[in-house]
Write a protein that binds this ligand. Sequence first.
Ligand SMILES: [Zn+2]
Length: 170
Amino acid sequence: MKEFQQRVKQIECGIVLDHLDPYTNYKAQKILGIEQLPALVIRNYPSRTMNKKDVIKVEVETEEKLDKLLKTIRKNESKIALLSKNCTLTVIREGKVAEKHKAMDKLKEALQENDTIERVFKCTNYNCVSNQEKDGEAKFKVTIKNGEYKASCKYCDQAMTEQEIKDNII
Ligand SMILES: [Zn+2]
């Protein structure tokens, strides 16, 4: 399997999002704001640790462009964990791993500073003001307990489970 991925493309400079849940690659790119960039997507691929997974590789030409790309994705990378719990982000410079971490660790860090997450997913209460008003923006208090996500809507107090969060990602 490793050989297959290497055959597909070795990246010299860029990022790799690995262990995404199958078929979540496009939403992941949207959350990060990189859906317009050329990317190599491996979809629904057998994985030793999670049965099937998606992988996204984004390669850029220069370190400068990589830093710009990282600046873009840093704002939202922790939110990827809501979509794909096992997702890892690897930064590659000069063909070598410069940094690797789990999105979920980033989410935990982010929630410690501010437990409110805006947008990304919708409130499951159809009548919620965040779903009714044109500029209504969804806002949630998100907590992680025993590795499980929970959210409650800041407007209507609707409680959402991990699966509901995932299913309602925009
Ligand atoms: Zn609500």
